[in-house]
Design a protein around this ligand. Structure first.
Ligand SMILES: Nc1ncnc2c1ncn2[C@@H]1O[C@H](COP(=O)(O)OP(=O)(O)OP(=O)(O)O)[C@@H](O)[C@H]1O
Length: 338
């Protein structure tokens, strides 16, 4: 049986930070008899990620996300528990592990600043022993998907943020890693650039079975790419499960927008049970309803009995507000099944 891409059991990382007394005397004392204070960044994490899965790894600043990624990529050694990446210990087998993984840190580049992108890509392909013909095929594919044609001859230092990120993704995937860790891949980008990057990531996971662990504060990334999310808080996992479960549980209200044939006169409109009027302007009517009291089909049917409706749309609950409720402790107050 193939080993799991990511297998984390009871992972723990405690940093020992030297405590320094003030002044020169303190510095000298610290040299001979250092005292430490301890910070546990991750505490008892367990999760597994399968082949081709795209998992959103989210939490507030300082929750422990970067520490986890650093351990999974083999940069840091854990202080407790066990990590296996494709069956290996990533810290003890850093070289072998590096061949199978790709890492993108949103604000840092791993490319050579002064080299043209094409030269960086060629170097990386050579470092990883990518066969020439395979390299050519991938370069062509990535150029098309990430619109790299005009960038290939440009040095990284002359690129805009969005161009750099496209270059970075190409460089990360040119050796066809099985697992990719993406830390804020769309940070600071405009909507078009974000979309291109999300499409690229989606394609890599769907067509090449690349496993993706995605750290982001951009819930649009999560919404478009992840079916499953892991939420981490203060070093602990507080939720690991389907995004849809969280949405259904916390998104108690939905909105439904109707377009009517004639200009609205709401004075005689009888609002369906469990719904309230959000707005009525021209021929657009927006109602909000509580999902535990009414269903979309009932609300729609009752409105359509009274008005000539040409079209209507149901809006999904807004993920941003749901996640912020969870960050504020909503999960501690309720039990949600993953
Ligand atoms: N090298 C270190 N030495 C001491 N403490 C550290 C170290 N690295 C991280 N920490 C602490 O561990 C905790 C978790 O940090 P981590 O960077 O993993 O969080 P994060 O979820 O990635 O946050 P962000 O979203 O801000 O990147 C924080 O309290 C942080 O201060």
């Amino acid at each position: 049986m193939e080993p799991l891409p990511i297998d984390v059991r009871n992972l723990q990382k405690t940093f020992a930070i030297p405590r320094k007394e003030p002044g020169l005397l303190g510095a000298v004392k610290g040299l001979f008899k250092p005292e430490y204070q301890y910070k546990t960044a991750v505490n008892g994490l367990s999760f597994q990620v399968g082949k081709g899965e795209v998992v959103g790894y989210i939490g507030v600043n300082g929750a422990g996300k970067s520490t986890t990624i650093k351990i999974l990529t083999g940069i840091l050694a854990p202080t407790g528990g066990q990590v296996r990446i494709l069956g290996r210990d990533p810290f003890k087998n850093r070289v072998a592990n590096a061949k199978d993984i790709g890492v993108v840190f949103g604000q840092r580049t791993q490319l050579w600043w002064d080299l043209a992108l094409i030269e960086s890509l060629r170097l990386i392909a050579r470092m990883y022993d990518v066969p020439e013909s395979r390299y050519k095929t991938l370069l062509e594919e990535f150029s098309h998907l990430l619109d790299l044609d005009e960038l290939l001859s440009k040095p990284i230092r002359t690129m805009s943020l969005g161009q750099k990120m496209r270059a970075e993704l190409a460089a990360t995937l040119i050796h066809e890693p099985k697992i990719v860790y993406l830390d804020e891949p769309t940070i600071g980008l405009d909507i078009m650039a974000k979309q291109r990057i999300r499409d690229f990531i989606k394609k890599q996971s769907q067509e090449r079975d690349v496993t993706v662990l995605l750290t982001t504060h951009d819930l649009g990334d999560i919404e478009e790419l992840c079916q499953r999310i892991i939420i981490i808080d203060n070093g602990h996992i507080i939720y690991d499960g389907q995004l849809s479960t969280i949405k259904n549980h916390f998104g108690t209200h939905r909105t439904i927008t109707f377009e009517t044939a004639e200009t609205l006169n709401t004075s005689r409109l009888l609002l369906p049970k469990g719904s309230e009027l959000l707005s009525a302007e021209g021929n657009k009517l927006v109602l909000k309803f509580n999902r535990s009291e009414a269903s979309a089909s009932l609300v729609a049917a009752q409105v359509m009995q009274q008005l000539e409706v040409q079209d209507f749309q149901l809006q999904e609950p807004d993920l941003t507000s749901i996640i912020s409720q969870i960050y504020q402790g909503a999960l501690h107050r309720e039990k949600v099944m993953g």
